[in-house]
Structures are given as structure tokens and as C-alpha cells.
Design a binder for this molecule. Structure first.
Ligand code: SF4
Length: 383
């Protein structure tokens, strides 16, 4: 098991490429020339590189250059963006289209890629064939995450799944299926973009946080432990990482050794974790639940945004903003959702998963996920 923390203050492709080449040489990383090399960044939505939501394309470009200099011929950049993301625009918005033209690499939407079935704890799972065929490089962004505390290489693998399985992972409790997925799909290499990461309400609504590092590892669990240490987040507070450590998935099979993180101690990039129970904007509380997939809360945010351009909902929007500023709105989602303490204003129960929640102030919105019309209609009658 090898882990290296590369200190790097800027997205300078030439400098990063040189440092990555040195790390790959040190670890003896050499993708075979007879199979493609798959780079799997985190592009969860169509966001710009500066947003710190996605893996910066400059780190991917530096990796491409390091591999090309090493004799690698066929490189594919593959990602399956999150539920509800604009699949026509995500590569372009994220700055990856330029890499396709400059280096003649292939951009592959994994949501539409050919699949093969693998056996895993819950039966069979369809994963992209290219992940099995290629030398697979997992390239996450260094970020905190509302449901999983951090999102690093283990969580980045969720982008390999079909949308139906992304939902299913949440219904299964998210943490355990992430660990089970790692048992059947292991990256050959992990390269983490931690030059500018995200802290707080990640993966989409946190703040940019400079950590000035790229983390390289031949082991996903070791990479994630190391990233947690340098974010000053205890790895065992990350449920899926705790499970991976307890099941001795770090290093060689049955190994279980934690990586040496002396360098991580020296980096000192303390990341603010997300609030453990909810995300909050004014007096709107969105409650965490690992059983809830992001589609529900994303549908809610998009519905509110869409109301600004729909005159018939302006009255609803004004009342919503009044409640957000002076009273309270709680939004719950996902199976096993509970009525939160202190939820005395409007309680929005989003999606079919919450249909059994009972409370006097509950407003149910049907759908999986609910559409904007249902959400705004429910708000109009409740506010
Ligand atoms: S109702 Fe919402 S949380 Fe439940 S499965 Fe559907 S989209 Fe996911």
C-alpha cells in the first residue's frame, strides 16, 4: 500500500504533471499498454472548475500528460453524473471538452456505458464494462458531504452506478453498499484533487477550502483515511470508512494497517464538517438521512428556483420567503425519516418515502422524486 501527499499550491498543469510522474515512478505505477486507462473524476453536476464541486480538469490534464509521457496510448475520461444533473452539458461545463480536443481522449458518460453484471452482497449489480477492462484511476475531489461526512474515492464510485442503483444504494442505507461496491470494484490508482477542496455543506453547497495537496495512492481506503487525516476529520467518524477499516479492507486483502500519515499531520488543513443533522438556509432546515437520495432535495431546490420565473407561484414564493425569514420550515426525506425536534412551523415530507410520517403540521408531497408542480402546489396550499 502506497500513499503520497504531494504539496501543490496552484493548478499548474506542467508542475503537477511532473510531480505526478515522480509519484507514479515511486509507486511503480505503469498502466498496461494493451488496455485503455480510465480516469474517473467527480463531476456530480454540470459545474465550473472554480466552484470546487468537481475534480478540477487541470489535475486530470496533468494526469493525462504524466501517462502519455509514460507510453499510455488510450485514455478515457468517464463519469456518470448525479441524479437530475444535465447529462448533455456536464463535461463541457466542467471544462473537460477542451481535454478531449487537446489530447484526443474519449469522454464517456458512464450512465450510458455498456454494462456487465457482477455478483455482490445484494445479488447482482451492473457496472460499466470499461471499469473491468481498463486500468482504473479514481480521481475524487477533497470534499465534505452532508450524508457521508466526506466524499472521497470510495464515495466517488457511486458515479459508476445506473441511476436506479444510485437510488437503491440510499434505500440500502448508503454506507454498507459503498463498502460492498469497493469489494467488487477496486481502483488501480487514486489521485485526489485537494488543491482547493470544499468544506461544510458539501457536496454542492459548501465553501471552497484550500488544502494545497494532491493525494496519490494505490489503495482507496488508505487514500481516504489519509485525506480525512489532513482534513482533520476522524476516519472512524465516516461510517463507510469505519466499516472498511473494521473489515480490514485497507492495503492487502486482510491487511487492515492504517497508512502512515505523518505528512498529513503537517498539512494542517482543518475542514469544517457538515452539520451532522441538517443543512440550513435562513429558517429552512433540510434534515439529513442516508436513506434519502439527493433527487428529493434537489427537486425541492429546483422547484423553489423555478417559482421565480412563474407568476402564478409568486404569491407562494413570497409566503415561503416570509416563513424562511421569520418562522420555520423543516424538510424531511428518505425512508425512516422522523419528525425533527423543534419542527413547529411547516413540515414538508418530501417524496413517497415519507408517506407514513404523521404530524399535525405535515405537508406530504408525492413522487419519486416529486415534480416541481407537486412541490409548489403543496407549498401553496400549506403556507
Ligand atoms: S422518494 Fe425521494 S428519497 Fe425516496 S427513493 Fe424517491 S427520490 Fe429517493
Amino acid at each position: 500500500m502506497s500513499v503520497k501527499i504531494i504539496k501543490c499550491r496552484r493548478y499548474n498543469v506542467k508542475a503537477m504533471s511532473h510531480l505526478l510522474s515522480e509519484a507514479f515512478d515511486e509507486f511503480g505505477v505503469s498502466p498496461p499498454s494493451d488496455v485503455p486507462t480510465l480516469l474517473k473524476p467527480n463531476i456530480v453536476i454540470a459545474a465550473k472548475p472554480r466552484s470546487a464541486i468537481i475534480t478540477h480538469p487541470a489535475v486530470v490534464e496533468a494526469t493525462i500528460r504524466a501517462f502519455l509521457e509514460n507510453g499510455v496510448r488510450k485514455i478515457i475520461i468517464g463519469e456518470g453524473p448525479g441524479l437530475g444533473a444535465d447529462e448533455r452539458k456536464f463535461f463541457t461545463a466542467a471544462g473537460y471538452e477542451r481535454l478531449r480536443r487537446k489530447y484526443d481522449v474519449t469522454l464517456l458518460n458512464l450512465n450510458k456505458a455498456e454494462r456487465v453484471e457482477v455478483s455482490w452482497k445484494y445479488g447482482t449489480l451492473k457496472i460499466p464494462k470499461i471499469v473491468v477492462d481498463a486500468f482504473y484511476v479514481n480521481m475524487p475531489k477533497l470534499k465534505t458531504h452532508g450524508n457521508t461526512v466526506v466524499t472521497l474515492s470510495i464515495k466517488n464510485q457511486k458515479g459508476l452506478l445506473l441511476n436506479a442503483d444510485k437510488k437503491r444504494f440510499h434505500l440500502l442505507g448508503l454506507h454498507e453498499p459503498l463498502v460492498e461496491l469497493l469489494k467488487v470494484v477496486k481502483p488501480d490508482l487514486v489521485v485526489v484533487d485537494g488543491i482547493v477542496g470544499m468544506e461544510g455543506e458539501g457536496p454542492l453547497n459548501g465553501k471552497r477550502k484550500k488544502a494545497n495537496v494532491i493525494v496519490v495512492s494505490t489503495d482507496a481506503v488508505a487514500a481516504d483515511i489519509t485525506c480525512c487525516r489532513l482534513m482533520r476529520i476522524e476516519p472512524k467518524n465516516v461510517e463507510h470508512l469505519k466499516m472498511a477499516i473494521e473489515q480490514r479492507l485497507c492495503g492487502e486483502p486482510g491487511g487492515g494497517a492504517e497508512p502512515d500519515v505523518k505528512d498529513a499531520e503537517a498539512v494542517k488543513a482543518s475542514f469544517k464538517p457538515p452539520h451532522e443533522s441538517y443543512g440550513r438556509l435562513l429558517n429552512v432546515y433540510s434534515w439529513r438521512n442516508p436513506y434519502a437520495c439527493s433527487m428529493c432535495i434537489d427537486a425541492f431546490s429546483l422547484a423553489i428556483k423555478s417559482a421565480f420565473s412563474r407568476p402564478k407561484y409568486w404569491g407562494t414564493l413570497l409566503r415561503f420567503l416570509y416563513f424562511a425569514a421569520f418562522r420555520r420550515i423543516d424538510v424531511i426525506q428518505g425512508r425512516h425519516a422522523k419528525v425533527p425536534e423543534g419542527a413547529q412551523g411547516i413540515l414538508i415530507c418530501l417524496g413517497n418515502c415519507t408517506k407514513d410520517v404523521t404530524a399535525e403540521n405535515a405537508v406530504h408531497v408525492e413522487g419519486c422524486p416529486p415534480d416541481a408542480e407537486s412541490i409548489l402546489g403543496a407549498l401553496r396550499s400549506a403556507l
